[in-house]
Write a protein that binds this ligand. Structure first.
Ligand code: 8YV
Length: 321
């Protein structure tokens, strides 16, 4: 019985340990990162794996895809697919499933947590109280959020969920995308620079990848200005992190809330010293509820592809073939 189970190569341990167990229960799984010599393992056994499971964070490099001549389907845990090597996967003819939709609310909630924290100083005031500073001085004044302008770069599912929450704070919402969205109730601004100039709070929810790399530049940060805040729950690569450190240090923007960084898990050392930056370790989708829903979709995509040749949710460039 065990021998007939489909062979699955897991690129590494999954962000939900239960999912490791569930995969091992349903499939004949090997975890590449657990092999004594992963390169040798790939060279010797790569041809035995038609299926791969990975995550948006781990991705899948060309080097691995190229070592899997029978690869047919990759089931990825996460909505981002910038770390999966598109060219190698297209060359191989492998299809790719992912987990859109189920994490929008939690990622949007985290964007709001970072926005409110950056503007109102929740983490900084917590440090202030714990240090015992309260008995000696007053905590500095913060920035009002309600009624301000909320700019969203990347009005997809997650951007829309961020925008909906803005209504509860009586905020005016505008956005920039490659194209305006038909029927959107929000104002479209034709460039990121214009959006930054307009915004009190600029939220990044655009996809990562070459097309968005470092679009949040010195120029964009200067357009956001000394009273503006940046929040990034998308990908670190969208922001020029060195430029951001300079803008935060010199007060050319007021503050930032960041869940993602250019080189995870290593934010630029200078960021760690800045009181006007709130930093989180890429946890926007990290709730029990959402990670469970993501795991279910990873399993469903794999099961459904094996049974029918069609996953439940497929990344756009994979489906477009
Ligand atoms: C995941 C993410 O937490 O979905 C994505 O693209 O970046 C996060 O939701 C992460 O990829 C888990 O590996």
């Amino acid at each position: 019985m065990a021998l007939s189970r489909p062979r699955v190569l897991q690129y590494g341990k999954m962000p939900l340990p239960q999912l490791d167990a569930e995969l091992a229960q349903a499939y004949d799984v090997q975890i590449l990162s657990e092999q004594a010599d992963p390169e040798r393992f790939l060279a010797e056994q790569g041809a035995q794996f038609p299926y791969v499971v990975t995550s948006a964070a781990m991705g899948l490099p060309a080097r691995v895809v190229d070592a899997l001549p029978e690869l047919k389907f990759v089931s990825s845990f996460g909505v981002g697919f910038d770390a999966l090597d598109k060219d190698a996967l297209l060359r191989r003819g492998a299809r790719v499933g992912y987990t859109p939709g189920v994490l929008d609310d939690c990622v949007a909630d985290m964007a709001w947590a970072l926005l409110l924290d950056a503007a109102r100083g929740v983490s900084a005031s917590d440090r202030f109280v714990r240090r015992g500073d309260w008995s000696r001085q007053r905590f500095g004044l913060a920035t009002r959020v309600s009624g301000k302008r909320l700019g969203i770069f990347g009005m997809g599912r997650i951007g829309s969920a961020v925008a909906r929450r803005g209504a509860g704070f009586d905020m005016e919402v505008a956005y920039h995308n490659r194209r305006p969205i038909d029927g959107s109730p929000h104002q479209y601004l034709a460039s990121l620079l214009e959006l930054a100039r307009w915004s009190d709070f600029l939220i990044i929810t655009a996809a990562g990848g070459d097309h968005t790399r470092h679009l949040v530049s010195t120029e964009v940060l200067d357009a956001l200005g000394p009273e503006g805040f940046l929040v990034n729950v998308a990908r670190g690569s969208v922001v020029d992190e060195a430029a951001l450190v300079e803008a935060l240090r010199s007060g050319r923007i007021a503050g930032a809330g960041l869940d993602v960084f250019e080189d995870e898990p290593r934010p630029l050392a200078d960021l760690l010293t800045l009181e006007n930056a709130v930093l989180a370790p890429h946890i926007a989708s990290g709730t029990h509820d959402t990670r469970r829903a993501m795991a279910d979709l990873v399993l469903q995509n794999l099961q459904q592809f094996i049974a029918t040749g069609e996953p439940a949710a497929e990344v756009p460039w994979s489906a477009a073939r």
